[in-house]
Design a protein around this ligand. Sequence first.
Ligand SMILES: [Zn+2]
Length: 248
Amino acid sequence: MDQRAKYQSHWENSEVLVNVPFSAAGVGTTVVLTSKFTGRIMLMDVGDGAVRDLLDSTGTTSFVFDIDLIAITHGHFDHVGGLHTLLGFMRMLGRKEPLNILIPTHCVEAIRIIKGFRDCYPESLPFKIWYHETSQGSEFDTDFFKVKSFGVEHFGTECNTENEVLMPALGFRVQVGESIVAYSGDTRVCSGVEMAVTNADLAILEATHPVTPDTGARVHLSVEEATELGELARAYILIHRIPETDNS
Ligand SMILES: [Zn+2]
């Protein structure tokens, strides 16, 4: 069996192709939307291995020029870990078109990756990189993708204390033609993710926990919770599962 298949998902209608070439909690997640009208691409999160997975799934390097927009849900490493590589690959192949990247307001991880990359190559970067800090209700439209951001509730401990804090985190609702594709990012059950997915043509939901935990601060959705949210949309796929261990 191809072991990668259990980490992959696909969905499409007449207007948009949704490809998740790889998603596993704590490893990497990348969601690829391709407009069937134009072939233009939007990435939601850029996990480790995104360039390798895009090469593998498209069979070509042309995605370097077809990527119209990138949206990052939050700064955890499994959602931004492939961004430096992707920017480097774009530079190597000579992309010229400016690149817009949506990030949650104050998402320091994404800001530092982008600024660090720009600072490394002040004279030899053939394309501009613009990041846009967005929050609940923000809208950002390109000629190909119309994006609305929803604040979601996701805890992180990667700060200067041991305390778990709500980190800057977004879900996205993207319109391609008349189709709506929603993505939860990482979240617990909250009004933001409910609004993002309701009546979408497709909801892409993280479903990290196999079983709903009894207590404690909820960091992620369970399969049961994600399924309930998914049923608010016309179709749904569950991603961001915990990688299988030898015992599972
Ligand atoms: Zn996370």
